[in-house]
Design a protein. Structure first.
Length: 452
């Protein structure tokens, strides 16, 4: 199995993800990202290589980030230790500090026993697959082992949070005065910085899920568990609820009536607002194949083209970078506003969503009505040969038949898993009953035709 997955290196801390692996990975990162013209030019100018390192508050992040910092410093890299901060803050600070690269220790929305290591290149951008492969290969090769004054130094990055907050506030078109926001920080990396930022922007803030103890991250709270947020919004009579995940690169919302507003609806609201201001490059939104049919129709109604990518924010980012687009994201709440960020940023997204409520003086429910959410049924068909999902004639015929029956009122998507022997069947239709019926019928065909 390759070391890197779809979002860095991830696994059970002290299971496959050990301190030894973290140290070796950091040393290999210094070897690979310490090469190239820019790095050589910096050395020629007498400058040392530098990196920003941050983590989410899960307990294993303490020893893993220490191992990462030790690996970098032992390779001659000066380390800015930013402590507990969101992933997008790390990405921003790499660019802001003109660092050579950076590392975020986090397992995002995973439970507390897991952890992960995400590596960002210069400018705070995610690494392409080819560079990740080079780093993995370099783990078996020679390390940089400077001595004396050439070893790296580790310094506390004292104003890291302040720099990030100032950046977020500067991105807003207007203040959030008069809006009552409930924030669910998932007991994660945004527990300190998100409430501070929303208050500084003028909002009245009630906070839940902001007491991390190293073990409770994502535990019944955050963007993957929205029930408590909805309850809190209703109990406090708030205008809106904003939920982050463990490393705060996601944002989902709840309106004043406790209804969920997902990433597709958030993107629709922001896309139309950006187009009105002339900030939506090429009048284009980038979304994955899993985005709701309602998003496509709403965008078409507003003269906005939707570019589709494979599932995963890295593929959204790749297409945004290729086309120079300014907005993209996923239904799960990863929203990328490239004018202000190089990756999904849950705080940035939440601020701009609430900013539109304040600017238009409309409740979130009215803003979210810009798109109709089509009922969507997703079924995982397990223990099947995923490699034949797109080539089996019987499956292809069944997909075509379902698509023909749904016509313009629905959509069918068959997607083999990238890691497991399963195939995901997704159907959207005008009614939940139609979506369920077509999904179950198609799943039965997949189960019969692709059985192992």
């Amino acid at each position: 199995m390759p070391l890197f997955g779809t979002d860095g290196v991830r696994g059970l801390a002290n299971g496959p993800l050990t301190a030894d692996l973290a140290l070796s990975l950091a040393q290999a990162t210094a070897v690979v990202l310490g090469q190239g013209r820019t790095a050589e030019a910096r050395r020629a100018a007498g400058k040392r290589l530098s990196a920003v390192v941050a983590r989410d508050p899960r307990v294993s992040g303490e020893f893993l980030s220490a191992a990462v910092e030790a690996g970098l410093a032992s390779s001659g890299v000066d380390v800015y230790d930013a402590g507990v901060l969101p992933t997008p803050a790390t990405a921003y600070l790499i660019a802001d500090m003109d660092a050579d690269f950076g590392v975020m220790v986090s397992a995002s929305h995973n439970p507390a026993p897991d952890n992960g290591i995400k590596i960002f290149a210069r400018g705070g951008v995610k690494l392409p697959d080819v560079v990740e492969k080079r780093i993995e290969e370099a783990m078996a090769g020679p390390k940089l082992q400077p001595t004396g004054a050439a070893v790296g130094r580790i310094r506390r990055f004292a104003d890291a949070e302040d720099r990030y907050v100032v950046h977020l506030l500067a991105s807003l078109q207007n203040r959030l005065d008069g809006i009552h926001v409930v924030l669910d920080c998932a007991h994660g990396a945004a527990s300190g910085v998100s409430p501070e930022t929303f208050r500084d922007a003028g909002a009245r803030v009630t906070v839940i899920g902001a007491d991390p103890d190293g073990l409770n991250i994502n535990d019944g709270v955050g963007s993957t568990h929205l029930d408590k947020l909805a309850e809190a919004v209703l109990a406090h009579g708030a205008d809106v609820g904003i939920a982050h995940d463990g490393d705060a690169d996601r944002c989902l919302a709840v309106d004043a009536d406790g209804r969920i507003v997902d990433g597709d609806q958030i993107m629709a609201i922001i896309a139309v607002a950006m187009k009105e201001r002339g900030h939506l490059v090429k009048d284009t939104l980038v979304a994955t194949v899993m985005s709701n049919l309602g998003l496509h129709r709403a965008m078409a109604d507003h003269g906005i083209h939707v570019e589709q990518t494979a599932v995963g924010d890295r593929y959204v980012l790749e297409r945004m970078n290729e086309g120079g687009f300014s907005l993209g994201g996923e239904q799960s709440g990863h929203v990328i506003m490239s004018e202000f960020a190089t990756t999904g940023d849950g705080l940035l997204t939440g601020l701009h969503l609430v900013g539109e409520m304040a600017r238009q003086k409309k409740p979130l429910s009215e803003l979210a009505s810009i798109m109709t959410v089509y009922p969507q049924v997703l079924l995982n068909v397990t223990d099947v040969d995923r490699s034949r999902a797109n080539s089996d004639e019987g499956v292809s015929d069944a997909v075509a038949a379902a698509a023909a029956q749904l016509g313009d009122s629905g959509r069918v998507l068959l997607r083999p898993s990238g890691t497991e022997q399963l195939v995901r069947v997704m159907v959207e239709a005008a009614s939940a009953e139609d979506a369920r019926e077509h999904a179950e019928r198609l799943a039965a065909v997949v189960r019969e035709r692709l059985a192992l």
